[in-house]
Every structure is written in C-alpha cells, then in structure tokens.
Design a protein around this ligand. Structure first.
Ligand SMILES: Nc1ncnc2c1ncn2[C@@H]1O[C@H](COP(=O)(O)OP(=O)(O)OP(=O)(O)O)[C@@H](O)[C@H]1O
Length: 351
C-alpha cells in the first residue's frame, strides 16, 4: 500500500500550502521590500508544534526566491549562543568561519558577506530572547529574520524593546487546522505516497479529528494506518487501522522530537523517565546531585535552573513530558516511558 514513505516526512515540501492563505499573504507583505533590493521586515511566527510554522516560512521564501534576488538562511536556534547562530548563518551563506572565531569578528564577516537582501529563518527560537542574536542580525543593514516559536506573548515579553517594536502587532500566529482543512491537506499525501485508492474521505476526516488538527500528527497517523493495514493484509485502510495507527504515530513523533533535542533536554527527560513522577523542587535537587557526573567528558556544562525551566517547557511542547498541578506542587512525568533518549545519557543513581 505504501508507495513512497518519503512523502510523509517533514522534509517533503508540499506542492501547495493549503489553508494558510492569510499567513502566506502576511509573510509575503513582510518580504516585499526585499523584491526592491531593500531589507525585508522581521517576522515572528508562533503556534503549537506540528501545525506548519516551518513549512510556512520555507514555502513562502521559496516563492519569493523565484521572483527576487535574495539570500536565505535556515538555522535551528535551539540551545545556540549568539556566536553559534551567526556562525550558522555564515555557513548557510557559503562561508566557513573557524569554530573559535569571536562573536565580533563573526558579525563583521556577516556584514561583509550580506550584499543583497537576506532573510534568516530562526527555527526553534523559543529560547532566543536569552541571547542578543536578533539584535546582531538587525545590525546588518540588509539582513532580516523570521523567528519561529510556540508562545508569542511570552516570547515578546522577554525580548528587548528594539526587537519587540519590530514585530509586535504583526505576529503570524497559526492555530490547529479544522477537520475539513486537515483532511484536504492529507489528500495529496495519499495520492503521492500510497498505492491505489486505499482510504476514503470520511477516514481522512477521522484521522484529522483523532489528532485534533495537528498536521504532522495527521500525516504520521495516515502513514502508520497504512503500515498496519499492510501488516494485517487489508486492501484498504480500516477504522481499526487508524485507531491503532495513532499511538504508533505518536511514538514516532516523540522519538524524533527527543532525538532532535540537545543533551541538556535529554538529561532532564531521562531523569524524569527514571525517577518520575517528580515535583519541581525534587527534580532540580536530583539534577544538581548528578549533573557533574552526567556531563563529565562532554563539551557542555550543567545549566542553571532558569534555563532548565525553558528546557522543561520545550519537553512539554514536544509532548514528551506532562506536568500536573502548578507552582511548588507541580509534578513532572514522561508521557511514554518506553521512549528513551538516543544519547548515551547515563543518569547516575540518587545519593
Ligand atoms: N498547510 C499545509 N499543507 C501541506 N502540508 C502541511 C501544511 N501544514 C503543515 N504541513 C506539513 O505538516 C508537517 C509539520 O509541519 P512543520 O514542520 O512546518 O510544523 P511546525 O509547526 O514547524 O512544527 P514544530 O513546532 O514541531 O517544529 C510537515 O510535513 C508539513 O509539510
């Protein structure tokens, strides 16, 4: 039944970006100055995981590149310092700065390199307000950015005034899709990725409803249902295949989310997986007890509580952990204890 698995991957660009017309129009307006050789406006894209924030940015920039002489750079900002981000932008623009180049020199190199409108997509930018990377990019006359985060209010409250003024009031906030919309989005994946006519519209709507309008979850559930139908030798996908496909898809998404995170997040996850449910205070104490051993021999060093709180928020956004209650009584547990960190994260036993 499955003709081409790659059609279901995040990196498979959809031919059409359905049901995001207002968002595409807002981005296109922000990029318009670049078509005249000027600096584009900065943009903040926000919304829950898997609703198409990244594909909105890449798709709209792809279209822009067809009609304007611009450069684009894509950088995952998660857990990166300002120097790391500027270095990645330079690499995306074809330069090869040495690892230990100081931030000031990297910024000078960027200033020299950017000779036409350049739009930098900063994905996974929830923690970006901690660094001055945005201000550094803003210092380069033709360089603008698109930051992608989950929670716009909190993000805007944490950036400095200069950055806030550039994007406030023009945020592009994406919501989950309706059942009808997501079923429309699934149809081309069926045509391109599956053989024959294996699934009806009502079942696509069933999938869309099951995953509450999250595109990535819908696409993965469709794939998982097709895989299960194959295993059961069904010639068409049945409702039971969809029902069993959803947990399989959830596990795939969680595994891939966890794999994409840095060591800091992996360690917190493994601590909660092994010792959870854990209250916030107990979790931080356990972290402090084991951190030196856990980080031994790594380039990274243990992080402060404030950064850990961001990392816990990220684990929750990615549906890897859940938190019951609030404040001091809040208790953390993993969503699926069978999902383990792909890193060799040795969590030493408690003392
Ligand atoms: N309107 C759409 N049309 C076609 N495909 C879509 C649409 N919206 C989302 N998708 C697909 O859904 C998947 C997830 O999208 P994307 O990676 O852009 O989500 P995201 O919001 O950036 O997620 P995260 O916050 O976890 O990074 C991708 O395969 C993407 O192509």
């Amino acid at each position: 039944m499955i003709a081409d698995r790659s059609v279901f991957g995040d990196d498979h660009p959809p031919q059409e970006l359905l049901h995001r017309e207002p968002a595409v129009a807002a981005l296109t307006r922000a990029f318009e100055p670049a078509t005249h050789g000027d600096r584009a406006d900065d943009v903040l894209i926000a919304g829950p995981s898997g609703v198409g924030k990244t594909v909105l940015a890449t798709h709209t920039l792809g279209r822009l590149q067809q009609r304007a002489d611009i450069h684009t750079a894509y950088v995952r900002a998660l857990d990166q310092s300002a120097a790391g981000i500027v270095r990645n932008v330079l690499q995306e623009l074809g330069a090869d700065p040495a690892m230990n180049t100081p931030l000031e020199d990297l910024c000078l190199a960027l200033d020299e390199r950017v000779d036409r409108p350049t739009v930098v997509v900063l994905d996974e930018a929830s923690e970006l307000p901690r660094s001055d990377a945005l201000a550094r990019l803003d210092d380069v006359p033709l360089c603008s950015w698109v930051a992608i985060c989950h929670e716009p209010t909190d993000w805007l409250a944490r950036v400095d005034d200069r950055v806030r003024h550039r994007v406030v009031g023009r945020e592009v906030v994406l919501d989950r899709y309706s059942v009808d919309e997501l079923a429309d989005i699934l149809e081309p994946r069926v045509r391109q990725g599956l053989r024959g006519d294996p699934v009806g519209r009502d079942q696509l709507e069933r999938i869309a409803d099951t995953v509450a309008g999250v595109a990535r979850a819908g696409i993965q559930t469709l794939l998982a249902a097709a895989e299960i139908a194959d295993e059961r030798q069904h010639s068409r996908i049945r409702d039971a295949d969809i029902e069993d496909g959803w947990p399989r898809a959830q596990a795939w998404i969680r595994e891939s989310n966890l794999e994409s995170l840095p060591f800091h997040h992996q360690l917190l996850y493994e601590l909660i997986r092994r010792d959870g449910p854990l209250r916030g205070g107990a979790l931080h104490r356990r972290y402090d007890e084991i951190a030196d051993d856990a980080y031994a021999g790594r380039a990274r060093t243990p992080v402060q509580r404030r950064a850990r709180r961001d990392q816990l928020a990220k684990l929750r956004e990615y549906d890897l952990i859940e938190c019951e209650g609030s404040g001091r009584g809040a208790e953390y547990r993993v969503c699926d204890a069978s999902i383990r960190s792909p890193y060799e994260v040795a969590v030493p036993p408690g003392q």
